[in-house]
Design a binder for this molecule. Structure first.
Ligand SMILES: [Zn+2]
Length: 232
């Protein structure tokens, strides 16, 4: 079954939700709802029959309706509460992080009934600090929002530049929004630029880069609980 291509995170498997971080060639789930991404902070709320909206996060309490975002180096964040009553998919690049997209997505989840202290967030494949050099205007924008956490996520590489750990900023943002530190986890060994066999990367492939799709569905999926490592 082709859906085996998706990567799953144990934190979200434990929540019982159907979800997947995309790899090359992974198919888009049927009836998948995803926003038109614009590197902003708008959040779309899923509903049956919803049209496409400009947003970089989507929240849902509609069981069985996959919501998704796409990336090619940016950070995909999938969020759920145990049992999957509320879920979110968030697209976070440096612009979105500097503008507060992760917090915006988590606040929107709270508005539809989720309790931040119960949420679990999995950080999917993205460009790692091994490969992601940014220049000083980016550093300044991130320092303005993250302060000391930005310093911890940046390592000077050469004058005017630094290597950036986007995932560290996502984790800081999640904890700042009320998630328990142990409830935020990163998929291991998943730098999109290093691993050409599995991932698309804008930094590596430029304008011809494909996109990875990452989805999560509200509602407990019994097939996941029966077969945690297999394909629902
Ligand atoms: Zn890398």
């Amino acid at each position: 079954m082709t859906e085996r291509a998706f990567l799953r995170h144990p934190l979200l498997v434990a929540c019982g939700v159907s979800h997947g971080f995309g790899v090359r060639g992974a198919p888009e789930p049927e009836r998948c709802l995803r926003p038109r991404q614009v590197h902003g902070t708008a959040v779309m709320r899923a509903s049956e029959g919803a049209g496409v909206e400009d947003a970089d996060a989507i929240v849902s309490d509609v069981p069985g309706l996959p919501v998704a975002i796409v990336t090619a180096d940016c950070v995909p964040v999938l969020v759920a509460d145990p049992g999957g009553a509320h879920v979110a998919a968030i697209h976070a690049g440096w612009r979105g992080l500097a503008a507060g997209v992760v917090e915006a997505g988590l606040v929107a989840l709270q508005r539809i009934g989720a309790e931040p202290a119960r949420l679990r967030a999995a950080v999917g494949p993205h460009i790692g600090p091994c490969c992601y050099e940014v220049d000083d205007p980016v550093v300044t924008a991130l320092e303005a929002r993250f302060g000391a956490a930005a310093h911890a996520a940046l390592t000077r590489s050469r004058p005017g530049h630094a290597m950036l750990d986007l995932g560290a900023l996502v984790r800081a943002e999640c904890v700042g929004a009320g998630l328990a530190p142990g409830a935020v986890a990163t998929l291991g060994a998943a730098c999109t630029r290093c691993d050409a066999a599995r991932f698309h990367s804008f930094r590596r492939d430029g304008a011809r880069a494909g996109r990875l799709l990452h989805y999560v569905s509200a509602g407990r999926d019994p097939r996941i609980l029966d077969n945690p490592m297999g394909s629902p």
